[in-house]
Design a protein around this ligand. Structure first.
Ligand SMILES: [Zn+2]
Length: 149
């Protein structure tokens, strides 16, 4: 069936996209860990002269988790996206249910909405953020307020 072939092709493209992002992140993570480790060993070697090995370990673990907290969070998100893809729920607009275009997912691989819905949501959020124009005229009611006790 043609429709099925189209779906399979999209699935494959989305899969490739997410795998590419994942490898990109893993490479970055590895690089930053290597960089930090080199810097870290140099720094902690000086620091740890008195404190012994334990502080070297603690310090390194601290730095490592700080890096992984940032990049690792993105990695988790990609992993979740891959799971969603396997379940057939990835790349579908959470608002209107349409297929989010590949071009959009290539830039924002974790987008939950299509462009039209995202714009609508942004517009609503901006509208909500505006100060309430009625607040001046309804300010008088504040004097009518009496606490229950
Ligand atoms: Zn939509």
């Amino acid at each position: 069936m043609v429709e099925r072939e189209v779906k399979d092709k999209r699935h494959q493209q989305l899969h490739d996209l997410l795998e590419a992002k994942k490898h990109e992140l893993l490479a970055e993570l590895r690089n930053s860990l290597e960089e930090q480790r080199t810097e870290n060993v140099r720094m902690t070697f000086e620091l740890a002269q008195d404190d012994g090995d334990k502080s070297v370990e603690d310090h390194e673990r601290h730095v490592r988790s700080a890096i992984q907290g940032n990049k690792g969070g993105q990695l988790d998100a990609i992993e979740q996206a891959l799971e969603k893809l396997a379940a057939g729920t990835y790349g579908i607009c959470a608002e209107c249910g349409c297929d989010i275009p590949l071009q959009r997912l290539a830039i924002q691989s974790l987008a939950s909405y299509c462009v039209a819905c995202q714009e609508e949501i942004d517009r609503m959020a901006k509208h909500d953020a505006l100060p309430n124009k009625n607040s001046d005229s309804s300010g008088d009611t504040a004097y009518d307020y009496l606490p229950d006790d």
